[in-house]
Design a protein around this ligand. Structure first.
Ligand SMILES: NC(=O)c1ccc[n+]([C@@H]2O[C@H](COP(=O)([O-])OP(=O)(O)OC[C@H]3O[C@@H](n4cnc5c(N)ncnc54)[C@H](OP(=O)(O)O)[C@@H]3O)[C@@H](O)[C@H]2O)c1
Length: 265
């Protein structure tokens, strides 16, 4: 039996809105009925034929409305939607489902760093979708929609999603910042960042489903006092104070964790 396509409408015009729109236009089981953004010109150069709506009060009849705007504006936008009985979801990692001012509400959160400059990514394999809905039938609908574009669909509640988002900040944003510190340290001495890239790649390739601390090497875990002192001296003499502070906090955390684990064994 031929199944009806899921009709989807997207609100927003940034990174997530464009990635989802791109994926849905590639999927035969979904009909992207249109998009709306505060500044409609953001959709002007979008590849393919997409219907751009200019008035939030006159949207087409759909199964799901996805609100992909900045966290602070989700509640306001959902309040402005005239149709209160359509399943309406947001795409935020931290906002609770309850901020959606609609009778049927949910979450459709892509756990990946997405940039509208690179739409052509292997989305299905590399973008986990964390979904949630208040009622069972809506959850089934969201699961179908999510599975049409990703092989990694997980149902998590608000609290689990917040913990995943927090873990992602450590895994992605903080490591990226630490890599930028490495970059600055080498730049200061006129050294090429590429010298470090095999080490960086190996570090991330070795991450599988086990505790990453198990494979820790370096002066902190060995408690190489003289090396640590030398690093701190270089940092104090050449770089902003926060580089030294970060080094000290991370070194102490690694030492403490090692001590704790040693005492447990
Ligand atoms: N990017 C990611 O990697 C990522 C991953 C997962 C989840 N998310 C979540 O997805 C949502 C959108 O993120 P994004 O990265 O796509 O953001 P973005 O690229 O910065 O785009 C922000 C969107 O919010 C709209 N907006 C900003 N202020 C507004 C206001 N006062 N009223 C109405 N609309 C407003 C912008 O409209 P204009 O274009 O008119 O300014 C734009 O459509 C957020 O909830 C974010 O937490 C992001």
């Amino acid at each position: 039996m031929k199944q009806d396509k899921h009709k989807v409408f997207i609100i927003g015009g940034g990174n997530v809105a464009k990635h989802l729109a791109w994926q849905f236009t590639q999927t035969s089981s979904v009909e992207l009925t249109g998009v709306w953004n505060r500044h409609s010109e953001k959709w002007k150069d979008f590849p393919g034929n997409i219907k751009i709506y200019k008035d939030l009060n006159y949207l087409p009849q759909v199964d799901i409305i996805i609100i992909a705007v900045k966290d602070d504006s989700i509640e306001d936008i959902s309040r402005r939607l005239p149709e209160k009985n359509v399943l309406t979801v947001h795409t935020s990692g931290v906002m609770p489902v309850q901020i959606i001012q609609s009778e049927r509400k949910g979450v459709f959160y892509p756990l990946q760093s997405l940039s509208a400059d690179h739409l052509d990514i292997p989305f299905r394999e590399t973008v986990p979708l964390l979904i949630h809905a208040e009622n069972k039938n809506d959850l089934i609908l969201l699961k179908k929609l999510a599975s049409s574009i990703s092989n990694r669909v997980f149902h998590v509640d608000d609290q689990q999603r917040s913990f995943l988002h927090l873990a992602a900040v450590y895994a992605n944003n903080f490591t990226r910042y630490l890599l930028s510190v490495s970059y600055q340290i080498l730049k200061h001495k006129g050294l090429d960042f590429n010298i470090l890239t095999p080490l960086i790649k190996q570090t991330f390739q070795n991450i599988d489903n086990q505790d990453p601390f198990e494979k820790m090497t370096g002066p902190a875990i060995r408690n190489d006092h003289k090396t640590i002192e030398k690093h701190l001296r270089i940092l104090r003499e050449n770089f902003p104070e926060n580089y030294t502070e970060i080094y000290q906090i991370l070194t102490q955390s690694i030492k403490d964790e090692k001590k704790k684990r040693d005492s447990e064994n």
